[in-house]
Design a protein around this ligand. Sequence first.
Ligand code: SAM
Length: 286
Amino acid sequence: MTARPSARAAFESNTVKQEWLEGHHARKRFGQNFLHDRHWIGRIVSAIDPKPGDAIVEIGPGQAALTREVVALAGREAAVEIDRDLAAFLRTQFSADELELIEADALKLDWRSVLPGKRLRIIGNLPYNISSPLLFALIAAADRVIDQHFMLQKEVVDRMTAAPGSKTYGRLSVMLQRRYVMHKLFDVPPGAFVPAPKVTSSIVRMVPRAAGEIPPVNEELFAQIVAAAFQQRRKTIRNALSRLMPPEAIEAAGISLGARPEVLSTADYVALTCEAARIVPPAQSS
Ligand code: SAM
């Protein structure tokens, strides 16, 4: 009996690969910038550190730059790909045991249906055009996630990991920092991709906080308050939230009325939400 070639050997020796890839033009609408530099692929996969038995889900496997390394180390992964042509190509490269391919839009995916019962490790060189909505959508699945490793535009990772008071601190920072501990790991230059993007990318590790660590709030109200606060950064918190809560409730949360939204911590926004939840919103003036 001949041994089955590893996914990697199969991928690299497969003439289908070369012919097919040459015919595939990167699709801008799907944010396709494919990793091709072995050094950077190796560094990213080392940061993820896939282990046999890990329930890894990759968003946007594309031409399998990360996929083949992850499958070689973990044995298998699940992957969500929107591009039908890439999905067809991936099926020629991996067996169904190695790759559970979900042909879907990751933004519309019901994450409960993905590897049910398992705690997930989610990875991806994310399509930059949908990165923020995707990060928000994944918050709903955070209670069954071990960790997430993503490549995103450096500017987005800087916003995700920014501290209060810094220029890049905003809605994305507050919404994600309440739910995850995040570490920016390293930058990846445009030359690591084909086609090369115009901007530098960064790798971020996101580890969901334990349930007991997350102060319970009305999630919808929290999101509303954070969005209103950062809609016009130059306003005072009193003015920014005037439609959602009266000044007394802001003070009751221990926040000075003249504070700027960008100096308030995640804990401050939680305190504001708790106070806002106690009150009936002021009547809209006509
Ligand atoms: N992982 C590959 C790599 O590193 O070379 C490809 C990364 S490329 C930046 C983004 C990938 O996400 C593409 O394969 C693209 O087709 C896929 N994609 C784009 N939008 C998507 C969506 N809404 N849902 C699932 N996959 C998507």
